[in-house]
Design a protein around this ligand. Structure first.
Ligand code: 8X3
Length: 258
């Protein structure tokens, strides 16, 4: 089956950051979207706003990717609303703190593993049968340069992003022959609310990007749009996307103007 002109796209982590930017970029192109995130208010607002400009259907439902039941209900809602699913854009993910392995708290450890690794598996487990059924599918997950390198204080976060890479590599093997593309989008420094969530401190978060020009969520959305235009037989396995000012996969070599 050839790629449908208009796709049915399910997005997790859709209420902010890269997920929101992707939703904003894809809605005006006529695709139909199922938006999911934990934050009901932001999600509703976004859904209302995008529905005004979109020719496709834009629906939204809260989802906690850590919960199997929640992911199942979200997927069922998406299917009922749109009839089928072609694309899963797994953007739900987070970092918490910068504690060494010796002192990381259970809360930080568990939230990262449950969201970034378990949440991705749960999202894929619920949606893959429907991607197969649709006849033309695409799975994109937000990985990170932290899936290609490690840094002090990033042990658990890097482990989860190395995990995302392993999951996507495995998925490519398991889906071979099913007309489903699998891409890991692996950004470096992107200025979203990522560092605010990580540090729970706005001024500390701002310092991460001080004097340099980070990527924006829109930059990642541009990559997603491009991926969706490639010929049928092409699969981009991994995209490492970094700001020009960031030369290393970690923050070790960043050009700062002040
Ligand atoms: C985010 C990149 O360098 O903060 O995934 O770990 S980094």
């Amino acid at each position: 089956m050839r790629r449908p002109a208009k796709l049915n796209i399910l997005i997790t982590g859709a209420s902010s950051g890269m997920g929101e930017a992707c939703a904003r970029a894809l809605a005006p192109l006529g695709h139909s979207l199922v938006l999911g995130a934990r934050s009901a208010d932001k999600l509703k607002k976004l859904q209302k706003e995008l529905s005004k400009k979109a020719s496709g259907k834009i629906v939204a439902k809260t989802v906690d990717v850590q919960s199997t039941a929640s992911v199942k209900a979200f997927t069922a809602f998406g299917l009922k609303s749109l009839g089928s699913l072609n694309v899963v854009l797994a953007c739900a993910g987070l970092a918490r703190g910068l504690e060494p392995i010796e002192t990381i708290t259970d809360d930080e450890l568990e939230e990262m593993v449950r969201t970034n690794v378990e949440g991705l598996v749960k999202t894929l487990r619920a949606t893959l049968p429907h991607l197969k059924k649709s006849g033309w599918g695409y799975v994109m997950a937000i990985g990170s340069t932290a899936g290609h390198a490690v840094y002090e204080g990033g042990g658990t976060y890097c482990a989860t992003k190395h995990g995302v890479k392993a999951l996507m590599q495995t998925l490519r093997l398991e889906l071979c022959g099913h007309n489903i593309r699998v891409t890991s989008l692996d950004p470096g420094m992107v200025e979203t609310n990522f560092s605010v969530v990580r540090f729970k401190d706005k001024s500390r978060a701002q310092k991460v990007y001080q004097g340099m020009t980070p990527l924006t969520g829109q930059d990642i959305a541009t990559c997603v749009q491009w991926l969706l235009t490639l010929p049928e037989h092409v699969n981009i396995d991994e995209m490492i996307i970094k700001p020009l000012d960031q030369a290393s996969h970690t923050g070790a070599k960043v050009h700062r103007r002040k």
